[in-house]
Ligand binder design. Structure first.
Ligand code: FE2
Length: 435
């Protein structure tokens, strides 16, 4: 079956389809009919619009959602600095280190006592958040729920979350997402959410995109369906944390803290009510998740090895060169290899892109020659040569040609491939081996 057999059962309901215009109501009739902004809306809810694109964007790129909520987001106190190791001011201001060597991280490690926000560490970054250029790769390793009555959002970019271990229970303004290893989620910039852990610690990888949004890759000659199909993306449904009294939606007064990542620094403010007071929403700007087990793998059927872009799940196109990605998120799932007279491993190569490879799952390794473990990684910069190890190379040259399922389950590796040269932060340098 082309779905992942998850150990933790799903507990939420979703809408199916990426880039579709979705609408969801936690209270019946809470979305106004036809108009977006009535003088007094159903349940006397306020109208708030969150735009992920410029107002005058072409329809294909336009992305915004109308929210119907008890209190507007502007109803809050003043932002002040929020201390954390996450992209702390000190880390941001240090010069980044650029290394042309082959970099590996055996394991990114974990410290006790951190939550979703405070456990995040930026490993490397390119571009400039303030000019909405570039991206950053981070890891998280949370051992705690976020503090009660706190929520987080990034003004800097869209978060692509790739869990390696542990389950995240994500409550967003637009509804809830249960995120398990072998699933990914995207939370666009500006959407508020909080993260609790299910059954213990959780760790994984984040690719934050400062420019534009993630989208599905073009399919070209592949035709109408292949790779990640739009219908398999799951969008949360509205959840209203309040009550209705005399046909008026209300929420109890409570002290909440909002944490905002803004140009790489964290700020926090207080507000007198939950941010999860959205009774309905409609639009095209929303968080979503995707089960990587549903990926429709395409490959070579006779000879030679395809480029890794054939495994792209989501892409963020570059605005500089056609066909180039600011980042492609690709996976290397279990699949059949059948090519004849072919070197089945990726050929030795060097290219203009930088590549960061992470591991979600791997069979138990007894050989001891694993270059990096799950929750480790490797990175090559533009024109840094890479390919098989000597041992892999020798095994490959003497293999017998017969169809074989490679990377049998459990195995799942992924690739962030970017046009950008990534500069290492101090946290990135800390665990890196360079050769
Ligand atoms: Fe490569």
């Amino acid at each position: 079956m082309p779905v992942t057999a998850f150990a933790i059962e799903e507990k939420y309901k979703y809408l199916d389809g990426l880039r579709a215009y979705h609408q969801s109501e936690a209270l019946p009739g809470a979305n106004p009919i036809a108009q977006n902004s009535p003088q007094i809306g159903p349940y006397e809810l306020l109208t708030e619009c969150i735009s992920g694109s410029a107002f005058a964007s072409p329809r294909a790129a336009s992305s915004q959602t109308w929210l119907y909520r008890v209190s507007a987001s502007l109803d809050r106190g003043k932002y002040v600095s929020y201390p954390s190791q996450l992209t702390s001011a000190a880390e941001k201001e240090r010069p980044r280190t650029y290394d042309p060597n082959y970099l590996t991280w055996k394991d990114f490690g974990m410290e006790l006592g951190h939550d979703w926000v405070t456990s995040q560490k930026v490993l490397c970054q390119s571009g400039d958040i303030a000019t909405k250029a570039g991206l950053a790769y981070s890891v998280y390793a949370a051992t705690e729920d976020m503090p009660p009555n706190s929520a987080f959002f990034s003004s800097d970019g869209d978060y692509l979350i790739v869990p390696q271990s542990g389950v995240l229970d994500i409550h967003t303004e637009m509804g809830n997402i249960l995120l398990r290893p072998c699933e990914i989620a995207v939370i666009p910039r500006g959407i508020k959410y909080r993260v609790n852990l299910v059954g213990g610690f959780a760790r994984g990888y984040i690719c934050e995109l400062f420019h534009g949004h993630y989208q599905l890759p073009e399919l070209g000659p592949l035709g109408t369906s292949a790779l990640a199909n739009p219908r398999d993306f799951q969008v949360p449904t509205a959840v209203f944390n309040g009550t209705v009294i005399d046909n008026v939606a209300t929420c109890e007064a409570a002290n909440w803290t909002l944490i905002n990542k803004f140009n790489g620094r964290l700020f926090s403010c207080t507000r007198g009510q939950t941010p999860f007071d959205v009774a309905a929403w409609h639009g095209t700007y929303y968080p979503y998740k995707y089960d990587l087990g549903r990926f429709n793998v395409i490959g070579s059927l006779l000879y030679d090895h395809p480029d890794p872009c054939i495994f792209t799940v989501l892409t963020a196109p570059s605005y500089r060169e056609p066909g180039t990605a600011l980042v492609d998120f690709a996976i290397f799932p279990p699949r059949w290899q059948v090519m004849e007279d072919t070197y089945w491993l990726p050929p030795f190569h060097l290219n203009t892109m930088s590549e960061f490879v992470g591991m979600i799952m791997k069979e138990a390794d007894t050989s001891g020659d694993l270059v990096f473990k799950p929750f480790g990684g490797m990175m090559t910069g533009p024109m840094t040569p890479h390919g098989s190890t000597k041992k892999e190379h020798e095994e490959e040259r003497s293999k017998e040609f017969k169809p074989k399922k490679i990377a049998t389950e459990p195995f799942l590796a992924f690739l962030f491939e970017s046009e950008a040269m990534m500069g290492l932060t101090e946290a990135g340098l800390k665990h890196a081996e360079s050769k």
